[in-house]
Design a protein around this ligand. Structure first.
Ligand SMILES: Cc1cc2nc3c(=O)[nH]c(=O)nc-3n(C[C@H](O)[C@H](O)[C@H](O)COP(=O)(O)OP(=O)(O)OC[C@H]3O[C@@H](n4cnc5c(N)ncnc54)[C@H](O)[C@@H]3O)c2cc1C
Length: 564
């Protein structure tokens, strides 16, 4: 069916209202305001900046630890401390090594985990506040709209982007229009900024299509987080604890955190790299076990689970950075691999990259030239900013841990004294899904494994929970009657090869119980519970055959990360 679409034209279209996208919008609006006050030409207006956000409201898809290094925000909003919803300034920090029953406090907090001068924040709340400042400047923010497809200029021989097509609303699960059908908009812009966070669906398409990959493929971790209200006195507001060790074995890269917030609220979570060998490893279960450690239990026991969520983290760093400029487009924040994986911090770098993108775009709009040559200035700005100063010395950090925790600590120690060079520079790495061990099971043994779900983690319902209970606490909601947004390109692989070779890791890595293998007339079949999806994108990243394509569902669907 040919669909008639409305076309809207903007100067700048920003996809994603996270720290990167909103910082870009605000800084550009400030530059335009100064430009207008100075009476300069051409005439520019903040109203010609559009921001798209797929969440039902600002901040609803924001999940982070979060300890914010204020460096970026201070540059963007110099007096932020007067109005930003900061939870607590850091009052203390510690790093621990966990065994199953004990914890060992490190005599000093390793410098990357020292948090003096930082703030514990709810990124969700912070984005609501930042979005308010952006709207006050006249920028148009459209929540509940997802960028579904990029509009490329020049067809197959494209070298750039011309905007975004938003998703059609009111389409049933078979792809047929419903009574409330509303076609997506064609949003055309002189510059489109991809600020989609980790594994953005548009960014993935752009990077693949125009072959923008960095030296190493991007590698990711999955972060699982819960908010708890605990009895008073358990942990000081502003205290940041980080852990290594149990329940993660030393061949896995990751660790836990527990942060004290205001009003006896606690942020507790764990990140683990999606590059482990055992396809039946279950990150959600590992996180639940983490909470049963005596050290963590003592803080949480008797408290109440308030919120749950999961999201991925791009660990690759400088050497995984895609080329982040094309004609008519820029990539910023996590989508551009700007997270410092040594510190697990990307809020400040996302903000700064948004500001650098804004400065580049402002120059381009003034000159009327948004070609790749002009927009390449963004890369130059990144390279001469404090982002590079911070990321360059840790350019090989994550790769150092490919041989496991202990050798990683030695290699990263050598990197520390050699300014990041270490034992090899650049250290190469492969995509994480290639790490799975192929089990080469025969059909019967594999089918047995499939149906035996009795050993899956159930939790005690007080301190630990099964995945469905947790999903309930993520506030996730989707329109049920819509096309499945988890597009499996070849389901026959799931039902046969994956059963035998990997035992369907999707059943284990998904922290929201989206994927289930069922036996239908004796044959394995993949069942997808798409409405549970918390938009973490783990499936798109960790599927061993790379046949799961995460695309945005109807705008407004997904988690509600209030306070996360
Ligand atoms: C578990 C965890 C713990 C972390 N802890 C910390 C920490 O303590 N300190 C720190 O500094 N950093 C931390 N980070 C990293 C930090 O949260 C990110 O680096 C930062 O949020 C990146 O900002 P961004 O704007 O690039 O992307 P995001 O914050 O991911 O924002 C992207 C936005 O784009 C929207 N979006 C995506 N695709 C589309 C689309 N196609 N159409 C419309 N909207 C779209 C999303 O809904 C989202 O709102 C943590 C991350 C995780 C997952």
């Amino acid at each position: 069916m040919a669909i008639e679409r409305e076309t809207l034209e903007a100067d700048v279209l920003i996809v994603g209202a996270g720290p990167g996208g909103l910082a870009c919008a605000l800084h550009l609006a400030n530059l335009i305001e100064a430009h207008t006050k100075a009476g300069k030409s051409p005439a520019l207006s903040a109203e010609n900046i559009y921001v798209l956000e797929k969440a039902r409201e600002l901040g609803a898809h924001q999940l982070s630890g979060a300890i914010m290094d204020p460096r970026g925000l201070r540059e963007l909003v110099p007096d932020f401390e007067n109005s930003a919803p900061l939870d607590s300034p850091i009052t203390g920090d510690a790093a621990y090594y966990f065994t199953e029953s004990s914890s060992y406090k490190m005599p000093i907090t390793p410098p990357p985990l020292a948090q003096h001068g930082n703030f514990i924040v709810s990124l969700s709340r912070l984005m609501k506040w930042l979005g308010g400042l952006v709207e006050k400047k006249g920028v148009n923010i459209f929540t509940q709209f997802a960028g579904k497809e990029l509009l490329y200029d020049g067809g197959a021989t494209t070298s750039g982007i011309a905007g975004v097509l938003t998703e059609d609303k009111g389409v049933d699960k078979n792809g047929k229009p419903k009574d409330n059908f509303t076609p997506g908009y064609e949003l055309r812009a002189k510059v489109t900024v991809l600020a989609e966070g980790p594994r953005g669906s548009l960014t993935k398409d752009l990077v693949q299509r125009l072959k923008l990959d960095g030296l190493n493929p991007q590698v990711y971790g999955i972060g699982i987080k819960e908010l708890w209200d605990v009895p008073p006195g358990r942990i000081a507001a502003g205290f940041a604890g980080h852990t290594l060790g149990w329940p993660l074995s030393s061949d896995k890269y990751g660790g836990g955190w527990i942060y004290g917030m205001r009003d006896s609220r606690v942020s507790v979570g764990m990140v683990v790299a999606l590059e482990y060998a055992n396809p039946q490893f279950d990150p959600h279960e590992a996180f639940q076990k983490f909470k049963t450690h005596p050290h963590v239990r003592a803080i949480l026991e008797g408290g109440k689970l308030v919120r749950y969520g999961a999201k991925t983290v791009p660990y690759g760093g400088w050497y995984s950075m895609p080329r982040n400029f094309v004609s008519g487009g820029l990539i910023i924040g996590d989508s551009a691999s700007l997270l410092n994986s040594q510190r697990l911090k990307g809020i400040h770098t996302a903000i700064k990259s948004g500001m650098l993108a804004a400065e580049t775009i402002y120059t381009a709009l003034c000159s009327g030239d948004t070609s790749a040559v002009t927009l390449s200035e963004y890369q130059r700005r990144l390279e001469s900013s404090w982002i590079r100063e911070e990321l360059w010395p840790v350019r090989n950090f994550h790769q150092a841990f490919h041989g496991g925790l202990w050798s990683g600590l030695v290699k990263s120690g050598i990197q520390f004294v050699t300014g990041g060079r270490g034992v090899a520079d650049p250290m190469r790495s492969g995509a994480g899904y290639k790490a799975y061990t192929n089990s080469h099971r025969d059909g019967a043994a594999a089918a047995q494994l499939l149906i035996d779900q009795s050993t899956r983690f159930k939790g005690d319902g007080k301190l630990t929970f099964d995945r469905l209970t947790d999903v309930y606490h993520s506030g996730t909601r989707h329109e049920e009657d819509q096309p499945c947004h988890l597009v499996v390109l070849d389901p026959s692989i799931c039902a046969d090869r994956c059963v035998r070779e990997y035992g369907n890791p999707c059943q284990y890595f998904c922290p929201a119980a989206v994927y289930e293998m069922a036996l239908e007339k004796g044959a394995p079949r993949l069942k997808i519970n798409a409405s549970n999806c918390v938009h973490c994108k783990t499936c798109d990243i960790a599927d061993p055959y790379q046949i799961i394509n995460w695309v945005p569902p109807e705008g407004g669907g997904g988690p509600n990360y209030e306070g996360m």
